[in-house]
Ligand binder design. Structure first.
Ligand code: SAH
Length: 483
């Protein structure tokens, strides 16, 4: 069963209500839970409502927006009794934007919500005993300041209704832009940079790209900042091969403190993908650098790099602790599957005998090799390919340097690990498996497979809040081989 259905079915089983409901009907409901999409969940006589912008603990009057047989979607018409967890969110646009689904929840409550979500999934989907999960769970690792943590911002540029050039965000699921240059998750500098880019466009007669007609030039502004180095990169994404009057743009931006790189990215395709393949540097460096812990990374406009470096460091430190940073990694052979640009691999390589990183995107593997080189790390190999396909080949030495792991780290995307990869892991039986997950539901599904085999036991679970104000939660888990 798809995980979405598992979630929905949780609330549909006890549906005994035979009333019929209609769109726009007004109901009153207590919000008792939150969905995986951040909607508040309430029940009216057993009929489930998913309510946008409602929080656990609210009593709300809602209007039904979409009615299904067993459940409905709804929006808040009036908050009758606000939840104790409600705060005044700093961003006035949080409802329209949808990027911060739970910004109206106090940060302590957000952390509790995420901690519980992980535990509940492990019990409900993973089939683990509730008390056992309580006994092995570590407290969630949160942020001191849950705002301004993103090192990367991508603002669409467009025209307002009255023809002014604006930078902002797409409203809801549409492509109409709401002007806002001050996202509270981004760095303070974004606002000044965007204002200068808009001034440059106005002064030089440069118009925003219009995706309906395919005309116009500037599509997006990408801004990146190295949190440790302070270095800033501005990249203007354009629907052309060059940017008219770009020397004026450089003049307007280069005196911003810590400006390191000003570049353009060429994207002439009629697509939702923000960046094209080609970049040209207008001024300064081609890349900026940043550190996570003491590992240095070079970041181009196209590079993947974790967006919350402060929490990423804590996440990797936890993954390292579980893998054996106390010295037990020394002499060990480690696999880092789904390695991206090799971030975890490079941490591991400092402590282990050898690390093999596997990642499906060839460019990320090129970056991983370059990152190993600039950090003088020579005990790591990186291969491009699907983890589930390469793992058996590494074991057999079939076309690759033969490698049998003592420790396996996996950090898959939201859909989790391929089942055949889990089978390969079960056939090799490494001493430890460290699972870094961005979706507790697929994590729970995969842990169930590994632990129900009888080969592995779950030792530790630690959620990490990589994305405050959103519903997402990252989790690090340690499993060890049953002796
Ligand atoms: N460990 C990295 C990246 C984790 S994100 C870091 O911390 O930065 C998950 C990564 O898995 C992405 O880079 C994605 O491209 C990659 N990926 C997705 N499917 C894959 C597969 N089947 N095999 C290997 N890598 C895959």
């Amino acid at each position: 069963m798809a995980l979405q259905q598992i979630y929905r079915s949780k609330y549909q089983k006890d549906n005994t209500n035979l009333m019929s409901y209609v769109k726009n009907q007004i109901l009153e409901v207590n919000i008792i839970d939150m969905s995986e999409n951040g909607e508040g969940i309430g029940k009216v006589d057993g009929y489930t409502l998913f309510v946008k912008d409602a929080l656990i603990g609210d009593r709300v009057k809602v209007g039904l927006t979409k009615v299904k047989k067993n459940y409905a979607f709804a929006r808040v018409v009036e908050i009758i009794n606000p939840s104790d967890y409600r705060i005044e969110p700093p961003c006035a646009y949080h409802k329209q934007c949808g990027g911060c689904q739970i910004m109206a929840m106090s940060y302590d409550a957000q952390l509790k919500y995420k901690e519980n979500k992980v535990k509940n999934d492990l019990v409900r989907i993973g089939g683990f005993d509730k008390e056992f999960i309580e006994s092995i769970s570590e407290p969630i690792i949160g942020m001191d300041n849950p705002y301004r943590y993103r090192n990367k911002a991508q603002y669409p540029i467009g025209l307002s209704r009255d023809g002014e050039i604006i930078a902002g965000f797409y409203a809801g699921r549409t492509h109409s832009i709401i002007a806002n240059t001050n996202c509270y998750l981004g760095v303070e500098e974004n606002k000044q940079i965007l204002e200068r880019v808009i001034l440059f466009m106005n002064e030089n007669g440069i118009i925003p790209y219009d995706e309906k007609t395919g005309r116009g030039t500037v599509r997006h502004v990408l801004i990146r900042k190295g949190f440790t180095t302070g270095e800033i990169m501005v990249c203007i994404v354009i629907n052309a091969d060059s940017l008219k009057a770009s020397e004026y743009l450089v003049d307007m931006l280069k005196d911003i403190p810590e400006m390191t790189s000003i570049c353009i990215n060429i994207n002439k395709k009629n697509t939702n993908v923000i960046l094209g393949d080609k970049c040209k540097t207008l001024w300064g460096e081609d890349t900026i650098s940043d550190y996570i812990g003491d590992v240095k990374f070079k970041i181009s406009p196209l590079s993947f790099f974790q967006v919350n470096p402060v929490q990423t460091k804590k996440l990797y430190e936890k993954a390292m602790e579980y893998a054996g940073s106390d010295g037990s990694l020394s002499g060990k052979n480690v696999w880092d599957l789904y390695c991206g640009i090799g971030t975890i691999s490079l941490f591991l390589a400092r402590k282990a005998a050898h690390v093999t990183g596997v990642e499906i995107i060839p460019q990320a593997i090129e970056d991983a090799k370059e990152n190993a080189r600039i950090n003088s790390i020579d005990n790591a190999d990186f291969y491009a390919g699907a983890a589930e396909e390469l793992a058996p080949k590494l074991l057999a030495g079939d076309g690759y340097k033969k490698s049998v792991p003592d420790v396996v780290v996996v950090d898959p995307p939201r859909k989790g690990c391929d089942e055949s990869l889990l089978s390969t892991i079960l056939s090799v039986k490494p001493e430890k498996v460290v699972y870094v997950s961005c979706d507790p539901a697929t994590l729970s599904r995969d842990l169930k497979i590994l632990c129900e085999s009888g080969e592995y036991k779950l030792n530790k679970v630690c959620p990490v809040d990589q994305f405050p104000n959103s519903i997402h939660v990252e989790t690090v888990v340690l499993m060890s081989k049953v002796k």
